[in-house]
Design a protein around this ligand. Structure first.
Ligand code: FES
Ligand SMILES: [Fe+2]
Length: 380
């Protein structure tokens, strides 16, 4: 797909739209089908290039129950290998991150190159017994887009990420997204179906009543129009800030040094809101002028979902001088905890056998049904 064809505009929501019927949120059989039809088919955020600057650097990443080794094979190539030995299936590594020349299985010492190829299988009578060419590590797809590493569990996705999103927009590149550094990561387990959390993120109908911190920083009314463009497998764009705010913070003032080429801007009154979303298992990337936030959803089971939020500042920013991590994270830390409680309470109600979905607000919940329709298309 080229830039002319994106972003896919969502169908206009109707007043009779609802969320899904109860079984979609509670059925283990449907969750099993989602693994194959959705979780193994879509792009999702895995990490940032700053985690693996050198050849051989790797980190472990888990998505949909799969452990993946995200490794830098060369300056240009990042790979995502399943952490599963091709001999009898042992996990190759437990270390969350490291640097290796080869991955050596701790069980019988089969070894694999960074590209996943089997290099050595000790004491196996090579040629008669095993075909090295057929015993490379199984791999997912990995792409680096604007300094961020994304994976798709399918080795041959229907669309590459750049086909889906297009090239990174100029406004994002000005922020130099490759030159940022992680400063904090929160991982919450929400006791609910992942689609309950998805629906909650897709609408800001609940924001005024439940998110005092978010209401200070974001322009909630404008966000209704923003979300109306969300749909399909992905979308581009950030979130509109309150008038006069230059970033997401409790005061609207900068919470760290401006990112990228904005450090040279004499006047930062300009609102910067860049980002993207991947659907339906949500990845949400938000770049503001001085920091970035990435939310990643990881379904654990039919009734549990992990919600990870990672905060980044420019890589040369110094804690205590240029930023305080508590200030950078204040708005979304509070918001995440509020959303966890809302979602868990929502899910308890959905578990009732009496639950039938009611009508969605066509404006304030306008993105919910188009995204659920995309999910249903994937499930067919
Ligand atoms: S399971 Fe890995 S070498 Fe045997
Ligand atoms: Fe919320």
């Amino acid at each position: 797909m080229n830039n002319m064809e994106r972003p896919k505009r969502a169908p206009v929501p109707r007043a009779t739209d609802t969320t899904l019927t109860r079984e979609y949120y509670v059925s283990p059989e449907i969750f099993e089908r989602e693994i194959e039809k959705v979780f193994f088919k879509q792009w999702t955020f895995a990490g940032h290039v700053s985690q693996i600057p050198n050849v051989g650097d790797y980190f472990l990443h888990t998505f949909a129950g799969e452990s993946l080794i995200i490794v830098r094979e060369s300056a240009e190539i990042v790979r995502a290998h399943h952490n599963v030995c091709r001999h009898r299936g042992s996990q190759l590594t437990k270390a969350e991150s490291g640097n290796v020349k080869l991955f050596v299985c701790p069980y019988h010492q089969w070894s694999y190159a960074l590209d996943g190829g089997l290099k050595r299988a000790p004491m196996m009578p090579d040629v008669e017994c095993i075909d090295y060419d057929k015993l490379a590590l199984k791999s997912a797809s990995a792409e680096v887009w604007a300094g961020m590493i994304f994976i798709n569990l399918s080795p041959k996705p229907e669309q590459t990420l750049v086909e889906a999103l297009g090239e990174p927009p100029a406004g994002l590149l000005k922020l130099e997204p490759e030159n940022i550094r992680e400063i904090r990561r929160d991982q919450l387990v929400v006791r609910g179906n992942w689609k309950t959390l998805l629906e909650n993120y897709l609408e800001c109908y609940h924001c005024a009543g439940s998110h005092p911190e978010l209401g200070i920083a974001f322009d909630i009314q404008s966000s209704f129009d923003q979300t109306a463009t969300w749909g399909g497998a992905c979308f581009l764009g950030g979130e509109p800030l309150r008038k006069g705010f230059v970033t997401v913070s409790m005061t609207g003032d900068l919470v760290s040094k401006p990112l990228g080429r904005h450090a040279e801007d004499a006047n930062l009154q300009l609102e910067v809101a860049e980002g993207l979303g991947l659907l339906p298992v949500l990845t949400r990337v938000l770049f503001h002028v001085d920091h970035a936030i990435i939310h990643v959803m990881n379904p654990l089971s039919v009734n549990e979902v992990q919600w990870t939020t990672i905060w980044y500042v420019r890589k040369d920013a110094v804690e205590g001088v240029d930023y305080e991590a508590d200030r950078v994270t204040e708005v979304w830390r509070a918001t995440n905890l509020e959303d966890k409680e809302l979602c868990e309470r929502n899910y308890k109600g959905v578990l009732s056998r009496t639950f039938v979905p009611g009508p969605l607000n066509p404006r304030a919940e306008g993105a919910v049904r188009p995204v659920l329709n995309h999910y249903l298309e994937m499930m067919e």
